[in-house]
Design a protein around this ligand. Structure first.
Ligand SMILES: Cc1cc2nc3c(=O)[nH]c(=O)nc-3n(C[C@H](O)[C@H](O)[C@H](O)COP(=O)(O)O)c2cc1C
Length: 147
């Protein structure tokens, strides 16, 4: 019997997905708290081969995580169970053909006031149509120097 044929039907380790959510910090994060959070994220994302980018602005987080689907789901489960924030909505989740942030275990930016309308626009566009996450606007907020 060719039993091995069915192995390919199991959870696929080669399916890359990307997920982006918006959340509200339960209490405002200062620099120390953000650095502590980032160190923990980067450590566990390194183990999970998860990459992505995190934006903090005025008490809100917007975070994109990407990687193999099982790793992304485990990571997202850790994120949702962290009492330091509350998820407002998942803005985007889909299969991707390549990573947006291949070199970043978690890029990070505290956004400036000038970016506030960009974040609002990303949120509104994504909320209007989950199929049209404005990834380019999100990438632009990170420039080239946040790894
Ligand atoms: C805004 C935010 C972003 C987070 N991002 C990640 C992440 O990228 N990867 C991850 O593994 N956990 C992430 N977490 C979850 C925390 O890192 C995790 O809950 C914390 O390190 C405690 O984990 P432990 O108690 O399992 O050690 C995030 C939490 C918050 C509040």
């Amino acid at each position: 019997m060719a039993e091995s044929k069915n192995i390919a039907m199991g959870p696929s380790r080669d399916k890359l997905i990307s997920k982006t959510y918006l959340s509200r910090a339960t209490e405002p994060f200062g620099t120390d708290a953000l650095n502590t959070l980032l160190a923990a994220c980067r450590h566990s994302n390194g183990l999970e081969q998860v990459t992505g980018a995190l934006l903090y602005h005025g008490g809100y987080f917007m975070q994109l995580i990407e990687g193999y689907d099982d790793a992304v789901e485990r990571t997202y489960a850790r994120i949702t169970s962290d009492p330091r924030h509350e998820i407002i909505s998942v803005l985007f989740e889909d299969e991707i053909s390549a990573r947006f942030f291949p070199d970043w275990s978690m890029g990070f930016r505290v956004s400036e006031d000038a970016d506030a309308h960009s974040i609002d626009a990303i949120y509104e566009t994504a909320n209007r149509s989950a199929a049209r996450f404005p990834i380019n606007d999100f990438l632009l907020l990170f420039g080239n120097d946040s790894g």
